[in-house]
Design a protein around this ligand. Structure first.
Ligand code: SOE
Length: 379
């Protein structure tokens, strides 16, 4: 067997997403055999002790505290950005200028302006680019898209997306970067609302108009260094919107971090003239399907266990019924990225999708201020 060409990866950041991406880079070769094989070359972080420890724990060859030097190294092929949103644009633009492929965590940027500059930079450099909205790559979600595309749901009327978490309510929750608008751009809106939005675009199509609101219920949190002092939150806890799609469908999209008891419920339902689909991340191997063409007395939602080799990505893993989980969504993402790099194509969602999503997020914020329907800007 021909040995696959090596892609040398530099990962900037090493928090929660850094763990997920490192695991994906390690798993993808042995399980999915992409044409290019990733080498975990360098991990970057600001704190020397922390990045050194992360490199050893996550399996990176080297570590560095100087991301600029690393993205300019001739031996690096791919730059993976898993930092808070305020540094995405800087790093992605520098990486593109240095001729590297770029993978970036969602949301693409903290503003439409930054997203535009990022897209312009990767286009100008002609490098492969991808945005990590990992939930598109769940077998059951891919299957949902195939069913919609086959026309078996008929005309699509509704998309109902809700991403529900409750970690903001955890006792003693201290102030963190996710509560600081300067660092992250927005709260539940960009962090998890953007996932629902990306799924809406993936499954139904482009959004043209939006009426939305943003709410901050828990306004301050104790500071981590001195819990007697409070830090004021500058982002939303909850975001909700009504949307109109270009194809005439209507939708609701919600992202909240204060839905008590809901840990990571990323749900959607799609209703068409001939049937419906429903999904919940907390049962990610399953897809609910209703078809009006089923014989009358047998009609009802059925549960498809999307673990068959015929289902997208599944043949790389286990026999039917042997479930997969959250981490696989990142491995599938990295697989498609490596295959894209082998062909010189940017897999979707890429920075174009990131910019489109960013325009919807901006229109959502505008609508929250104006309390009116707002049009989604076009390039
Ligand atoms: C935190 O809310 C978070 O880790 C998000 O940042 C991820 O994108 C989401 O997938 C899970 O929740």
């Amino acid at each position: 067997m021909k040995k696959p060409r090596e892609v040398r990866v530099a990962m900037i950041g090493h928090g929660f997403m850094g763990r997920a991406h490192s695991n994906a880079f390690r798993q993808v070769g042995p399980f999915m055999q992409p044409r290019l094989t990733p080498r975990l070359a360098v991990v970057c972080g600001r704190n020397e002790g922390a990045v050194k420890e992360a490199a050893a724990r996550l399996g990176w060859d080297e570590w560095s505290t100087d991301w600029r030097a690393v993205v300019n190294r001739p031996d690096i092929d791919l730059v993976d950005i898993v930092t808070p949103g305020d540094s995405h644009a800087r790093i992605a633009i520098a990486a593109a200028r240095a001729g590297k492929a770029v993978l970036c965590e969602k949301p693409l940027a903290n503003s439409v302006r930054e997203a535009e500059a990022m897209l312009a930079a990767v286009k100008k450099a002609g490098v492969v680019h991808m945005l990590c909205h990992n939930y598109r790559r769940i077998p059951a979600v891919m299957l949902a898209r195939q069913i919609i595309e086959s026309g078996r749901l008929g005309e699509i009327y509704h998309f109902r997306g809700a991403y529900l978490q409750d970690w903001v309510l955890a006792p003693g929750m201290v102030f963190r970067w996710r509560f600081d608008r300067k660092k992250t751009g927005s709260g539940a809106l960009g962090d998890i609302g953007s996932h629902s939005l990306d799924l809406a675009r993936f499954l139904v199509g482009e959004i043209t108009e939006i009426a939305g609101e943003l709410t901050t219920f828990v306004k301050e949190h104790p500071l981590p260094d001195d819990p007697r002092r409070m830090g004021r939150k500058t982002v939303d806890d909850a975001a909700a919107a009504l949307v109109r799609f270009a194809n005439g469908a209507r939708g609701t999209i919600e992202g909240t971090r204060v839905a008590s008891g809901r840990k990571n419920a990323n749900r959607f339902e799609v209703n068409g003239s001939l049937g419906s689909l429903a999904f919940d991340l907390e049962r990610l191997n399953e897809l609910q399907l209703f078809l009006a063409s089923d014989p009358g007395p047998e009609q009802g939602f059925r549960t498809i266990l999307a673990t068959d080799p015929a289902h997208p990505y599944v043949k790389s893993w286990w026999p039917p019924g042997h479930l997969i989980g959250y981490e696989h969504t990142f491995t599938h993402t990295v697989y498609d990225l490596l295959e894209g790099m082998a062909r010189g194509r940017s897999p979707r969602p890429n920075f174009e999708d990131g910019l489109r999503n960013q325009r919807v997020l901006a229109a959502w914020e505008k609508a929250a201020r104006s309390r009116r329907w707002e049009k989604v800007g076009r390039a």
